[in-house]
Design a protein around this ligand. Structure first.
Ligand code: B12
Ligand code: SF4
Ligand code: SF4
Length: 378
């Protein structure tokens, strides 16, 4: 079955009806040279060690080829990819604006919660993976009804493919110097989901890639506190092992000492290179979307996070992206942010953690307490 422009437009329209803000369709193969370049960029990135401890990115097949380098390695039937995006911007401050003293920062994408207050007064979180997957499955169901013979798979994050690469080729946005997909009207506060399908696209029906609008701007590179953005020639890429999002969410054990002070007040993820991006200045706020922000997670007080015991952590972050770090890693990050805060009042908590029996938390807290003792009184 070969899809025409009319079919592609129908798919994009159904994606928007299912709650997505943007959608595009792209052939898996594309031009051979384009495909080889993408695979090479990814292989070089892995070979340079930029993936750190994210072993799932390095998975290779029996021939030693990177599984994520070409999605046809896991799905030989794949012909095209439907890329969908949801805007998760909220009417709330940016991480680079002045904040109450002693506040931490949780990345914007992790603020989401279910609407309506739970009986016990807490707002249950909602993970964007689940929300987007439900929306993708609604589109998938319509697709299968219209083309009963087609194969399909839906993925949010976890699929064996480079979502941003397909998003760029599907015209959803361009890859900025901060490595994020940016759309001229929507900005970069976008989460992506894909439907891989066996339906082929007529060559003339493929979406047109979005034009690169970074121009001569380098704000994101200049603002990154850990120098994680390291473009090589025309390839925009990052060394994830230096990125605060990696350090706070993915990195197990201790965080390298030289990167702790630059982490500032970020306790889960990092938004700095998107907060400084001029294309986000007028980015629309998602109103009535499926990922409403929970206000208590914007500029959260570090001592409030520190005081969350196991049940309170679970109540607040169940089914939310923060579940990934669990309480233990979040406390490690909170300790480092306390050390960077200049707030002497955090010393008491840090000294308790430093004497505790979790070696990673104890070492991080001890480092943080030393930072505070060395820093001038606030
Ligand atoms: C691993 C991962 C991370 C890692 C590494 C990030 C990275 N830049 O590689 C860490 C933990 C650091 C991370 C951080 C974040 N992530 Co993340 N992450 C992923 C994940 C699971 C895989 C990415 C990957 O394979 N990286 C390897 C590199 C080499 O691949 P890549 O970044 O896609 O790079 C390709 C392009 O740069 C392309 N390229 C470069 N130049 C050019 C030029 C052209 C013309 C073309 C076509 C392509 C191209 O080539 C590269 C290889 O093909 C994806 C989901 C997925 N399955 O794709 C989400 C994903 C990229 N993350 C996402 C988000 C939201 C975030 C954070 C904003 C979360 C936060 N606030 O803390 C930060 C953003 C940091 C940043 N500036 O990128 C979104 C991005 C949405 C968007 N608007 O771009 C994704 C797509 C998840 C989703 N489903 O929405 N993430
Ligand atoms: S998310 Fe933060 S640490 Fe990572 S590249 Fe952007 S500014 Fe740098
Ligand atoms: S800050 Fe500037 S260089 Fe970076 S992604 Fe935005 S427009 Fe591009």
């Amino acid at each position: 079955m070969v899809l025409s422009v009319t079919d592609r437009k129908w798919i994009e329209q159904r994606a928007c009806a299912a709650g997505f803000d943007l959608a595009g369709v792209v052939t898996v193969s594309g031009a051979a040279a384009e495909h080889a370049a993408s695979e090479q960029r990814f292989a070089d990135w892995i070979a340079a060690g930029h993936a750190g401890e994210m072993e799932y990115l390095k998975r290779a097949d029996a021939d030693g080829q990177l599984v994520r380098g070409d999605l046809r390695r896991s799905m030989p039937w794949a012909q095209s990819v439907i890329v969908c995006a949801v805007n998760y911007n909220a009417d709330a401050p940016r991480s680079i604006e002045p904040a109450p003293s002693g506040a931490g920062w949780i990345a914007r994408y992790a603020w989401s919660g279910k609407t309506g207050e739970a009986a016990n007064g807490s707002y249950p979180g909602s993970d964007y993976h689940d929300v987007l997957l439900d929306q993708l499955r609604a589109v998938e169901a319509e697709l299968r009804e219209r083309y009963p013979q087609c194969e399909t798979r839906c993925y949010v994050d976890t699929g064996p493919l480079l979502e941003r690469d397909y998003a760029a080729r599907a015209g959803v946005g361009w890859i900025g110097r901060n490595t994020c997909i940016i759309h001229q009207q929507q900005g970069s506060w976008l989460l992506l989901g894909v439907i891989v399908t066996s339906l082929a696209l007529e060559a003339s029906a493929a979406s047109v890639p979005a034009a690169d609008r970074c121009g001569s701007c380098t704000r994101c590179i200049d603002a990154c506190p850990t120098d994680a953005l390291a473009p090589i020639g025309g390839t925009r890429q990052m060394d994830a092992t230096r990125c605060i999002a990696y350090l706070t969410i993915e990195k197990k054990g201790s965080i390298p000492e030289e990167l702790r002070a630059p982490m500032g007040r970020q306790v889960f993820g990092c938004d700095i290179c998107q907060d400084v991006c001029p294309w986000n200045r007028r980015a629309p706020v998602s109103v009535g979307g499926a990922l409403p922000a929970r206000r208590e997670l914007v500029n959260p007080a570090l001592d409030w996070l520190a005081a969350l015991d196991g049940p309170a952590f679970n109540r607040l972050f169940r089914q939310s992206p923060l579940e990934r770090t669990r309480r233990k890693r979040l406390l490690r990050n909170v300790a480092i942010a306390m050390g960077n805060s200049g707030e002497q009042r955090f010393l008491a908590q840090l000294d308790v953690w430093a004497a505790g029996d979790d070696p990673v938390l104890a070492e991080s807290a001890s480092w943080a307490a030393t930072q505070l003792r060395l820093s001038p009184d606030k």
